[in-house]
Structure formats: C-alpha cells, structure tokens
Design a protein. Sequence first.
Length: 227
Amino acid sequence: MIEFQNVSVEYPGPIFGLNGVDLSVGAGEFVFLVGQTGSGKSTLLKLLIRELVATRGRVLIEGRDLSTVTEAGIPALRRQIGFVPQEIGLLPQKKVYENLMYAMRAAGHTRREARTRVPDLLDRFGLILRSDAYPRELSGGEQQRIAIARALVNNPKLLVADEPTGHLDPETSLDIIGVLEQVNTRGTTVIMATHDFQTIQAFQRRVVRLENGRVVSDEFGVGAGDA
C-alpha cells in the first residue's frame, strides 16, 4: 500500500529530516513509528499527507507517486487519508456532535449523510452520551477519541496519527491505542508515531524505529528495552 523508496527530506542548513529511507507498509497493517524528538517521525507522516515533498526518492500510496499530486489535488488526497495531529484542535465553541458534523460537511458530505454517520461514529467510540458536551468539558482521552472519529469521517483506508498519546497519562494512552487497534481490525491501515516506548510494550505490533532520519530497526513486537 505504502512505499518509501530511498526517501530523503532536506531542510535548510542542510539538515536531514529523513535520509535514505526505504520502508513498505502493507494494506491492513498496524505500525508504530518510534524514536526521539527530531528522529524523523513527523517528517515521514507529513510526506504521506503531502504537507512535504521528498527532496529525493519517491513516496507511493497504492502505486501513486505523491510528488505528482498537484496543489489543487492535495485536498482530494487528504480526504482519502485520516490524520490525527499532535494538537487535537477541536472547535471550542462547538459541541462534540457539531464538531463531527462540521468535519463531515467540510469534507463534502451532505447534511443527510452527516446526520446518519455522526451518531454512528459517536456510538462506535463510546461518546454518544457526550454528544452535547463542549471540548472543554471532555477529558483528554475523550477529546482524543473525538479527534480519531473526526479522522474517520471519510472511511479512509489509511489512518496516520502523530503522537496521539503525547499529552495523556499511561492508562489513557493504552486506551487510545486500543481504540486505534479497533480501527485497524476493521481493515484500516494504521501508522502511529510515538516516542513512548513503554506504552507500546503492551501491544504486539510492528515497530519501526527512526534515528537521525534513518530507519535503524524494523521488527515485530519490540518492547522498550529492545527499541
């Protein structure tokens, strides 16, 4: 599904965000990207949503070279990819239900489609009783669940999450990764960036470790001590 072919991203300096990365992710996989701040995790995810373009090499999704996507085509590409950013960014003046309705309408869905799908998403993520709450009234875990639900309004084949547990306590972090696992069991490919090795020890998943913009290990079920 996803191919990084000798991909480098060079920032002014010169500083490499990525340096010669080769990586393949198959459809339906769940992959943790781990590494310290500055290792290249966010750069890799930004390539997938075309926020960045590789300096060298190719990034492909289902055979499509993302460097060929025009500026006008980027919104359509992003509607096919669910993205959970580091900053949740819920609209504070809108209730939970309204936040999801807004996301669906912004993605081009009709009001009728939104009215059908939003309650389903709220129910799926255990938030139907919080639909009339404002973001400030939610816990950190509840806010992150809404952010994940928002990323799924278009039923994307790929979900990428950039440090979705970075501001959460360990117990809530485990809960959020469990939510992402549920998304994955429905067939969605999930790539999650994190620097929290301890949290991912509880999950037997593929772990790709980045260091100084390079892939230094790619193994299944690696815990904190091995990473």
